[in-house]
Design a protein around this ligand. Structure first.
Ligand SMILES: Cc1cc2nc3c(=O)[nH]c(=O)nc-3n(C[C@H](O)[C@H](O)[C@H](O)COP(=O)(O)O)c2cc1C
Length: 182
């Protein structure tokens, strides 16, 4: 199975990256293919809401790195979304990518497994209740499945150093190991 991992963090070696690296290790060990997309280091323009894609068969008017990501998403059986929490929400880099799903919305409405990795400093996972509510709604719209066991909410983690002292990287690894399974 092909698995796409989209991370929003602008820290190449930050908290989210520790989780993403662990998840990818699990995916590769279970024999699946990974396409990793670190949105902060790609050229992704915000959706212009011109709706042209809805009239022309799903082609965005903007030419940027979303072209390649759309192709990977269409081929993927599973999608992992990773983000630091900024002001109780996901970071803008990841949200910008998600909004650009719009062009391929109809084609992306096909069953896929989803997983979510969140990194943040707050001392409880209660801080991401709103984010989880929004993700469940968004993923449900696409018909993608997000099991509770495929969510890693790494609370109390303001840095890569913090998260390495927790079990969250192991949790992410295990999500990766399970990703290819039905
Ligand atoms: C602009 C900004 C806003 C943040 N807002 C929150 C927040 O609302 N709640 C929280 O727990 N941590 C917040 N943080 C802390 C980050 O979520 C935390 O440092 C995280 O580990 C960064 O992950 P990264 O290294 O993968 O980017 C914020 C950080 C920044 C830069």
């Amino acid at each position: 199975m092909k698995i796409v991992v989209i991370s929003g963090s602008p820290h190449r070696s930050g908290t989210s990256a520790v989780l993403v690296d662990a998840l990818i290790r699990g995916v590769l060990e279970s024999g699946h293919q990974v396409t990793r997309f670190d949105a902060a280091f790609h050229r992704i323009q915000p959706c212009q809401a011109c709706h042209a894609c809805q009239q022309n068969g799903g082609v965005c008017v903007q030419r940027d790195d979303m072209d390649a990501l759309h192709q990977s998403l269409l081929e993927a059986g599973a999608v992992v979304l990773a983000s630091p929490i900024y002001y109780n929400d996901i970071c803008g880099q990841l949200k910008t990518v998600i909004d650009r799903f719009y062009a391929k919305e109809q084609e992306l409405k096909t069953p896929k497994r989803a997983a979510l990795l969140l990194a943040f400093g707050d001392d409880s996972s209660d801080a991401v209740k709103g984010v989880l509510y929004n993700f469940r709604a968004m993923l449900g719209f696409f018909g993608w499945t997000l099991a509770d066991t495929d969510i890693v909410a790494a609370y109390g983690c303001n840095s890569a150093e913090d998260v390495r002292k927790t079990d969250f990287p192991q949790d992410a690894y295990e999500v990766g190991r399970r990703m290819g399974m039905a």
